[in-house]
Design a protein around this ligand. Sequence first.
Ligand SMILES: *Cc1c(COP(=O)(O)O)cnc(C)c1O
Length: 391
Amino acid sequence: MTTDLVEGRRSSVGEVWRAGRSVMPGGHLDAAGCNVPADRVLDAMAAHLALERERGGYGAVPDLTEPRRALAALVGAGPRDVAFLESGTAAMAALLGGWRLGPGARVGRARTEYGSTLMLLHRLAERNGWRLVDLPVGGDTRIDPDGLRVALAAGLDLVVVSHIASHRGVVQPVAELGALCRASGVPLVLDVCQSLGHVDALGAEAAAYVGTSRKWLAGPRGVGFLITPGLTPAMDAPAPTLSGHTWDDPAEDPEPVPGAARYESSEGVIAARAGLGAAVLEHHELGPAAVHEHLAGLGRTARELLDGAGGWRVAEPLDEPSALITLRPPPHDTVEGAAARAAAASLLVGTVPAVRAPLDLQGPLLRVSPPPGTSPETLESLAEVLRGRRG
Ligand SMILES: *Cc1c(COP(=O)(O)O)cnc(C)c1O
């Protein structure tokens, strides 16, 4: 394919994205925090709320089969593998909190893992007698497949990996990690909160995926999800529910219903689930591969423009194929100061406190995550802010 064609496709993703939004806040560079939903997402939510008022909430239950199918397709799963929860954190808590692993079970995770997942694993290890096994990472925080191979050979019962961390734009080699886990018969839990809608997650073939709506998928706040194509009898919700379990004989343990429904509450912000559905359908219409390529291009441009500006340094490799860019401050500047100067210049960037990855970060980072359609001029303005010439 010629460069012209690639460039043409890139700009068309950005144009279609912008066309879907009657309001596109200028200077929005925080897709990894909370992205800009399309008009159709807001419309779907408003329409559902109106229907709930008109028919009564129970009469307005939407058929979410197509959204579930579209979401599951992003990881090669099916609609019955999807459960909606209220956040990525809640989805991880439901998945790991109910997983029946006995005392002495060995759970592999990297020290770069997301803060709340680390806290959850720590608590579950204390309560259930699990042993946490460190998966070795390289200097750039990439999980070392050879290290995983060694850990698997020594014995693991579960592996938890974040495809892309919240605090570092490194794309983990999940196809390779997934293949190693499958070859050893060990379930892999893949946190795709920062990767769905951003990079390809199809190759991992994990047992379960944990995701959230508002980031790269550009859905509304207040929805997360679990996708469990590798459901086993050991996997159940920590608390049974009337919609997710059956209990014919009170002398027996409640039985989960088939599929991921065991994790889903029938009560929730149903309008937000409908909104996420509209966002995922938009993502399919844009074309996931074209979006991934567009975002990788934006990431490359951003890192080139920002690395070294005012002494700030990009924390991940400059050619990393992601649009989540993290920056370390120079001695004479601070993350808070730069974020405030950016805000004064109408640029919205993220800040990453050290608690986000307490075993990895020594201090806070600045996070820049351009949504599709971000112009090079916006990124150039941020470089000016980092140089201290604005604000
Ligand atoms: C945001 C995030 C989460 C948590 O998702 P919430 O919806 O905020 O609970 C988990 N893991 C990673 C890598 C994230 O970026």
